[in-house]
Design a protein around this ligand. Structure first.
Ligand code: NAD
Length: 262
């Protein structure tokens, strides 16, 4: 027993951490932002939404007894991201955690897809994650510590049957491999980078027209016979960001109810 550190901090404890979450005004990003606060972090909430999405997230964080700030910004703008990180550090403290969940989805047969539809999605889902990681890591590398989780998708691993979304699938495969690459660039400077790849998850994203009629089918195709709830994305995110994952970097954690096994 003598080599066991009994004074180690509690696993999954995020007390004293300052986090930024993109896409924090809805769905997976919103729920994870609240989950980080429930585990002790203060959280900067970033989204381009102008409705009450961020206010809703902030209300829950306040109820958890933690601080938050709301930042209206677009992840395709590197200047806005630099400002967001600077504001986070000025108002909350040194940034140590980040979850990049901002993303969009749509579909179109490849032979009909206009360049604009392809490019807009790639700019948000892939370049937006790169620019977010870059802005966040610039601060974390200065402090010599940090952990980043990027929300990819099982669509970065498999092709969703019945959905014509080559651009989306490619963007998510890109997020997974880009995250591994960043993990290796920063591996010896205290910054870990991992991805979570959700399966079908009940969020507003899945109310888009091409999904509504497919929801039942998706549930049947998932070995667990249901979609994930956003609550079920919190544990994996907290694990990857916390000291419990101190030796975990460059990993893609599938949270898909077994989908990719079949
Ligand atoms: N819902 C699913 O089944 C599912 C499955 C796998 C992966 N994902 C991924 O999870 C992430 C979150 O999706 P969700 O289902 O919670 O969707 P959602 O639409 O509920 O939330 C996405 C949020 O990102 C924000 N956003 C979009 N573009 C932005 C931009 N340019 N700048 C700033 N904010 C922006 C939106 O305003 C929105 O609040 C996405 O990356 C998505 O691809 C979702």
């Amino acid at each position: 027993m003598s080599d066991i550190n009994l004074n180690a901090p509690k696993l999954f404890d995020l007390d004293g951490h300052i986090a930024i979450v993109t896409g924090a005004g809805s769905g997976i990003g919103q729920r994870i932002a609240i989950g980080l606060a429930q585990c002790g972090a203060d959280v900067a909430l970033l989204d381009r939404r102008t409705d009450d999405g961020l206010a809703h997230t902030a209300k829950h964080i306040e109820a958890a007894g933690r601080r938050s700030i709301k930042i209206a910004a677009d992840v395709t703008s590197k200047d806005s991201l630099a400002d967001a990180v600077a504001r986070t550090e000025a108002e909350l403290g040194a940034l140590s955690l980040a979850v990049n969940a901002a993303g969009i989805a749509n579909a179109n047969p490849a032979e009909d897809m206009e360049e604009d539809q392809y490019q807009t999605l790639m700019d948000i889902n892939l370049k937006g994650v790169f620019l977010s990681c870059q802005a966040e890591a610039r601060a974390m590398l200065r402090h010599g510590r940090g952990a980043i989780v990027n929300i990819a998708s099982m669509s970065g691993v498999i092709v969703n049957r019945g959905l014509s979304q080559a651009h989306y699938n490619a963007s998510k495969a890109g997020v997974i491999h880009m995250s591994k690459s960043l993990a290796m660039e920063w591996v010896d400077r205290g910054v870990r980078v991992n991805t979570i790849s959700p399966g079908y998850t009940a969020t507003p994203m899945n109310t888009r027209p091409e999904m509504i009629h497919q929801t039942k089918l998706f549930e049947e195709q998932t070995p667990m016979q249901r979609m994930a709830t956003v609550d079920e994305m919190v544990g994996p995110a907290v694990f990857l960001l916390s000291g419990a994952a101190s030796f975990v970097t460059g990993v893609d954690l599938l949270v898909d109810g077994g989908f990719c096994c079949w």
